[in-house]
Each structure stands twice: as C-alpha cells, then as structure tokens.
Design a protein around this ligand. Structure first.
Ligand code: NAD
Length: 497
C-alpha cells in the first residue's frame, strides 16, 4: 500500500504549491511505499513565514519554560506510545534493522525529548553581578528566532530530534527539512507534535529536494539560524548561502573515524567493537569506524578474528529480528560504495572480505560487509568518506605513527583507541584531533554528552547542554545603580575628573 503524505506548514497539512509529489521507496524491496509532496521555493517561504510570525508573536517563546517543558514531555510520551510503529516505518524507509531502530533510535529519541524538556527549565545566564562597580549586569540566554534544521537520511528522525528538541525547548520556532529519501517518520512525528499541543507555526516540516528547498531555507533573510547535518560539501554551500544575512550556522558534517588498536589491547574486545562500529546501520554512520590502525605485532591475529566475526553478520530483510545488516539506503548509494571498492582494489589494497552484492538477494540495495587490509594512507578509501560498510585496516609500528595517520584526514568527528594502559590511552586521546575519543569502545552517545566535529567535520555541538546553548543567544542587560545624572566616567567627555 502506498501511503500519501502532506507537508506540515503553519499547523496545516498541505500539498505542494505545484501539486507535484515524489515517491519514497523501501530500499530492501525497491518498492514505492509512500508518496510525498515535492515542495517548492514558495512552500519553503510559507514555512518560514509561519515560523517567523509565530516567533514574533511570542506564542511559543513567551510561554513559561514549564509550559514548553510540559508539551515536550507529552510529545515524548506520544512517541513512546507509537514507538513500535515509528521504528517499523524507519526500518522500512532507511533499511536499518528493526532491532536497531526499535532498540536504539527510538529509545534515544524519547530520551532526548525528555532531556531537553528538563533542560527547558534550566536555561540560565552565567552570572549577575556588579562588574563595573556602578551597576548590575544580568546575563541571560534567549532563543535565536527562526531555526532551520536540515537532516540527512541515515538517522531521519533521530537527528531531526537532536535539532528540534533543543531548539523548541529554548523557545525558537523551527522549519525542518528531511532528506528526500527518508521523510516519513518526521512527518509522523509532526502529527504527534500537533496532538501534544505544539502551537501552530512552531514546528513546520517541508519535504523536497535540498537544492531547491534547502537553498531557500539557507538564503532567506527571515531565518536566524540554520543547523545542518550532512555532507561536508553541503555544509560549505550552506555556509556561503547563509552569509547573506549572517545567520548563525551549525554544521555536523562528514567523518572518517580512526580506530587505533595498541599492542596490549584485548584483541577479542577490539575486533568485537570494530565489527559493530564499522557495520551498524550498514556503515552509513558519520562516526562509523572506517580506518583501523593496529599494531603490527598483533595485526594478523586481529585481521583473522575480524574477518571471522564479519562473516557471521546476517544480511537480509531489515524487519526480520534475526537480520544484523539491512540494505544501503538507495541504488545510488550502493553504486557509490562500489566505486570506492573498485578504487581500493585498483590502488593496491587487499580485499579480504566482501566487496560485492550478496548473491542470494536479488532485490534491494544490499552490499556485503567489506574489509581491506594493506591500506595506505594516500588511498582514496583511506582519505574519503565512503559512508557504507567498508572497513580498511593498516598496521603501525609506533604510537606516533598511529596518531599521525589517524589525524591525517580532513575530518575530525569521532575516533577510538583500544589498549590496556590507561595512561597511554589518555595521552593518545589528548593527541587525537577529534570531537569524540572513545577508549575501549566506539560509538556510545548519550543525551548528556556533546557530539560534534573538529576540522571539516563541522562546528557546534549536538546533544547535551552544549547543544542547548547553540540554540540560544546571550544578552547582557545593564542596570545603573548610581542614580546620578553625571556618572563618574562621563568626565571623559565633560571636562576633567
Ligand atoms: P547531504 O549533505 O547530501 O544531505 C543532507 C541534507 O542536506 C538533506 O536534507 C539534503 O536534502 C540537504 N541538502 C543537500 N544539498 C543541499 C543544498 N545545496 N542546500 C541545502 N540543503 C541541501 O547528506 P546525506 O547524503 O543525506 O547524509 C550523509 C552525510 O551526512 C555524510 O557525509 C555523513 O557523514 C553526514 N552525517 C553527519 C553526522 C554528524 O553528526 N556529523 C551525522 C549523520 C550524517
């Protein structure tokens, strides 16, 4: 059955102004599962206008923090009550396994809504004091205004919530644009937001191509902030487009995470972690482990165990409880992975596992977990973000070499280091130019801990109170305490002291 969706603008469910629609497919079956409005520039403008009017009216920002908090709590409860349905839809749309969307994405989404519902009541300025000696300073945080969120396809609702929850908790109004491949769960979420009592115009969802809608959202002078999670090249374009009215820019971009294994590491634990970190969500994760650097003394044993564990991954229908890895999100994404695999072979890396479409799955955009060894630093598979189930392994002989190679990419999102001696591990963690370094683990995120990149992985944080601060601006209010007509420092203009 093909479900027909509408966009959500100003509290109304609307068609595209052009009446055109586009198809959304299930990547496991290649079948069309939904039909969604192909939004236009005019639709993007309407959504911005609705968000602008609502913000300026104070209908949301003038609510007490407790009132906004309560609505977010209700929304979290509604998402929880509908979690199974949303998780299934996410699996059908992205191709991620049901155990992953149900047991990871959805609980995190609900927790994140609750975290920011709580945080709404804790927004505070840093201090209030008599810094000048003549008056009192109040330092407060205020919402920024109209915030645009632009979301990728790998975690459609999860990443949208990372943006919406702090933005709404702080009192902003939001226009959010899902990736064209995966708009469905965000549209379902907007239905729940309406039921939870989010006022009309506070949350708006526009569907359609990034080049059309995204550009309107990024260039509009009526938007105060744009937060993108996406490719580094998209981030660069958005930054340029946002410069017209100097809107605040928040960018969570690509990654190429290193995974360093020292000679004293527990090889069983490290290989267990590497397989999960490389192949969860079919490797379509910005923090996915993509480059293993393993000490040469344990290299061969590590690779043997790694391949054995990767062989056990069961590929297939994402809705089957036993499936460990679903398809890639689209045919285009699979072709991209195939280009990288060919380039790895051509540049001389050794393909030791996978590297092709599974023979038993004729329908769906499936691709086998793939492992290369003998990967050299200059190779494309080592330098560029592949965004699929491809892991490269290289040996190293000294810690300096491992750190240098780990840092030798344009990205700086996430990394990990595995070993026994905590002093060594922390010393290495300090030298890694990444926004996150996990020690003897790879991939753990929580609502309380910041997530965000260094270098060309972007700037600004998702998650945690740091992300809450991103969606606010700081105001200083000064109250004169002297009560005098001529304040002591006015002599600088009115004659001598
Ligand atoms: P993408 O950059 O192609 O698209 C992301 C979003 O931007 C989509 O909604 C798209 O429609 C929109 N967009 C595309 N071109 C645009 C333009 N010119 N103007 C405005 N909007 C535009 O990325 P993707 O393929 O959907 O997602 C994969 C990328 O996202 C990878 O690079 C991955 O590393 C990154 N990512 C980063 C994080 C993080 O937290 N840093 C998390 C997940 C994904």
């Amino acid at each position: 059955m093909v479900e027909k969706y509408r966009m959500f603008i100003g509290g109304r469910w609307v068609e595209s102004s052009s009446r055109e629609t586009f198809d959304v497919r299930n990547p496991a079956t290649e079948e069309v599962i939904a039909n969604v409005p192909l939004g236009t520039k005019e639709d993007a403008k309407s959504a911005i206008d609705a968000a602008r009017e609502t913000f300026d009216s104070g209908a949301w920002s003038n609510k007490t923090p407790a009132e906004r908090s309560l609505i977010l709590w209700k929304l979290a409860a509604l998402v929880e009550a509908n979690a199974r349905k949303i998780a299934t839809l996410e699996s059908m749309n992205v191709g991620k396994t049901i155990k992953y969307s149900r047991d990871s994405d959805l609980p995190f989404i609900i927790d994140n809504l609750r975290f920011f519902a709580g945080a709404a009541r804790l927004l505070e300025g840093k201090s209030a004091s008599e810094y000048s000696g003549l008056g009192t300073s109040i330092i407060r945080r205020e919402p920024i205004g109209v915030v645009v969120g632009v979301v990728p396809w790998n975690y459609p609702l999860y990443i949208a919530v990372w943006k919406m929850a702090p933005a709404l908790a702080a009192g902003n109004t939001v226009v959010i644009k899902p990736a064209s491949l995966t708009p469905l769960t965000l549209l379902e979420f907007a239905k729940l937001a309406q039921i939870a009592g989010v006022p009309d115009g506070v949350l708006n969802v526009v569907t359609g191509p990034g080049e059309v809608i995204g550009e309107e959202l990024a260039t509009s002078p009526n938007v105060d902030m744009i937060s993108l999670t996406g490719d580094t090249s998209t981030g660069k374009k958005i930054m340029q487009m946002a410069s017209g009215n100097l809107k605040k820019v928040h960018l969570e971009l690509g990654g190429k995470a290193p995974f360093i294994v020292l000679d004293d590491a527990n090889i069983d634990a490290a290989t267990e972690g590497a397989v999960v970190a490389a192949f969860w969500n079919s490797g379509q994760d910005c923090t996915a482990a993509t480059r293993v650097y393993v000490h040469e003394s344990i290299h061969d044993e590590f690779v043997k165990l790694l391949v054995e564990k990767a062989q056990n991954i069961r590929i297939g229908d994402p809705l089957d409880e036993r499936t460990d890895m679903g398809p890639l999100v689209s045919g285009k994404q699979r072709e991209r992975i195939e280009v990288y695999v060919r380039s790895g072979i051509e540049e001389g890396a050794n393909l030791v596992h996978g590297g092709k479409r599974p023979e038993n799955l004729k329908k769906g955009y499936f691709f086998e977990p793939t492992i290369f060894t003998g990967v050299e630093q200059k190779m494309r598979i080592c330098q560029e973000e592949i965004f699929g189930p491809v892991l490269s392994v290289s040996g190293f002989s000294t810690v300096d070499e491992a750190v240098e190679k780990a840092n030798d990419v344009i990205y700086g999102l996430a990394s990990s280091v595995w070993g026994k001696d905590i002093t060594d591990l922390v010393r290495i963690a300090n030298r890694l130019k990444y926004g996150t370094v996990w020690i003897n683990e790879h991939g753990v995120l929580t609502s309380e801990t910041p997530h965000g990149g260094f270098k060309q992985s972007g700037f600004g944080k998702d998650l945690s109170l740091y992300s809450f601060e991103e969606y606010t601006q700081v105001k200083h209010i000064y109250i004169d305490q002297t009560g005098s007509v001529r304040k002591p420092w006015y002599y600088t203009v009115y004659g001598e002291k």
